[in-house]
Design a protein around this ligand. Structure first.
Ligand code: F6P
Length: 342
C-alpha cells in the first residue's frame, strides 16, 4: 500500500498532534494508506529515523500539546541532507510521499524538496499567525487564549499595587498575538513590530490610564521597537555570570516607563507558555481538518501543494504562490485598537 511519512518541524505549537491524527485517520480509513512519523523534523527525514503510526498511535492525541514526533529547527539542506540523501532514505523505507507540518522555513524547504522531484505536501503552522497563505494558523487561538489569561492575571496584581504592568508576548515579525490578546484583555497600549509608536505616546497612554484610576496595562510583541531606537536586544550591563545581559523589549520598556511616569512598573515575559499545553477546541478542529486535507492531497497526488484555510473552507495552494510573504497586522487593525486607548 501507499506509505506516507509525516514530520513536524520548526517551533512547535498546540494542535500539531491533531493534524497528525486527522491525517492518519483519514488516510487509513478513506485510502488504506500506511503512515510513519519522522522524528524531530527534518533530522528524522535526513537520518531515516522513523516510527510507525498505526491507528492506535494517534488515539486521543488531538488534545495533547506539543508533537508526538518531536521537532527541531534542522535545515534539511545542511550537513548530510539534500534531496538526494532524502530520496535514498525514503526509498530504503518504502515511503512514497511526505506531509510536512511547519512554518515559513519548513514550507520553504518542502518547496525546494518538491522542486527536486520528491513527493511532498505542506501544512502551514505557527503560533504567530503570520503566514499569508492561510487566514488563520492553528495554535494562534490557543496562544491568544493563554496570553489573555496571563494578562488578566497581571491586571489584578497591577491594580492591587497601583502599578503599570508590561506584558511581552510572542511575535518577532507580526503582532497578531499582541493585538488579539491586548484587545481581549482591554490593554491601555498595544505595541507591535508593524507600527511605529514613540516613547512619548506610550507614556501618554500609560499616564491617561493612571489618571482614570486604572493600573496601566501595556501589551508588547517581542519584535516591537519604540520609534527612534536601534535594537530591541541591546546590551544592558552584565548578568549574574558576567555575560552581557540581553533584555527582551518588556525588560527595556518597564524602567523607561517608570522613569518617565514615576509609576512603579513591572515587566513579565510570557514566553513559551504561549506554545505549551492543551489546544483550544477551535485549534483542534482547524488542525484536524488541515491534517485530513493533507491526506486527501497525498491520495490525489497533489504533490507540491499545501493546505490552507480560506474563510471557513480548507483549500490547496501551490508552495510557490504561498511563500515569501508574511501576513502582518494591517494598519487599520492597529488603529482600531488604538481608538480605545487614552
Ligand atoms: O515562530 C514562533 C515563535 O514562537 C516566535 O513567536 C518566537 O519568536 C520564536 O518562535 C521562539 O523560538 P524558539 O522556540 O526557538 O525559542
Amino acid at each position: 500500500s501507499v506509505k506516507i511519512g509525516i514530520l513536524t518541524s520548526g517551533g512547535d505549537c498546540p494542535g500539531l498532534n491533531a493534524v497528525i491524527r486527522g491525517a492518519v485517520l483519514n488516510g487509513i480509513k478513506q485510502y488504506g494508506h500506511e503512515f510513519v512519523g519522522f522524528l524531530d523534523g527534518w533530522r528524522g527525514v535526513v537520518e531515516g529515523d522513523v516510527m510507525d503510526l498505526p491507528r492506535q498511535s494517534v488515539r486521543g492525541i488531538s488534545k495533547q500539546g506539543g508533537t508526538i514526533l518531536g521537532t527541531s529547527r534542522t535545515n534539511p539542506f545542511e550537513g548530510n541532507g539534500g534531496p538526494e540523501a532524502i530520496g535514498k532514505q525514503l526509498a530504503r523505507r518504502g515511503i512514497d510521499g511526505m506531509i510536512a507540518i511547519g512554518g515559513e522555513g519548513t514550507l520553504a524547504a518542502a518547496h525546494r524538496i518538491s522542486e527536486a522531484g520528491l513527493k511532498i505536501v505542506g501544512v502551514p503552522q505557527t503560533v504567530d499567525n503570520d503566514l499569508d497563505v492561510t487566514d488563520y494558523t492553528f495554535g494562534f487561538d490557543t496562544a491568544v487564549q493563554i496570553a489573555t489569561e496571563g494578562i488578566d492575571r497581571l491586571r489584578t496584581t497591577g491594580e492591587s499595587h497601583h502599578r503599570c504592568m508590561v506584558a511581552e508576548v510572542m511575535g518577532r515579525h507580526a503582532g497578531w498575538i499582541a493585538l488579539h490578546a491586548g484587545m481581549a484583555s482591554g490593554a491601555h497600549a498595544i505595541l507591535i513590530p508593524e507600527q511605529q509608536v514613540s516613547m512619548d505616546q506610550i507614556v501618554e497612554w500609560v499616564t491617561d490610564a493612571h489618571k482614570r484610576g486604572r493600573a496601566p496595562l501595556v501589551v508588547v510583541a517581542e519584535g516591537f521597537m519604540p520609534e527612534g531606537t536601534e535594537t530591541a536586544h541591546s546590551h544592558r550591563g552584565l548578568d549574574a555570570f558576567g555575560r552581557p545581559r540581553l533584555g527582551g523589549i518588556a525588560d527595556q520598556l518597564a524602567p523607561e516607563i517608570e522613569a518617565r511616569t514615576g509609576l512603579e512598573t513591572r515587566a513579565t515575559v510570557l514566553g513559551h507558555i504561549q506554545r505549551g499545553g492543551v489546544p483550544t477546541a477551535y485549534d483542534r478542529v482547524l488542525a484536524t481538518r488541515l491534517g485530513m486535507a493533507a491526506a486527501d492531497s497525498a491520495a490525489a497526488e497533489n504533490w507540491g501543494t499545501m493546505v490552507a484555510l480560506r474563510g471557513t473552507e480548507i483549500v490547496r495552494a501551490h508552495f510557490s504562490s504561498a511563500l515569501g510573504r508574511l501576513k502582518t497586522v494591517p494598519q487599520h487593525r492597529h488603529d482600531e485598537a488604538v481608538t480605545l486607548f487614552g
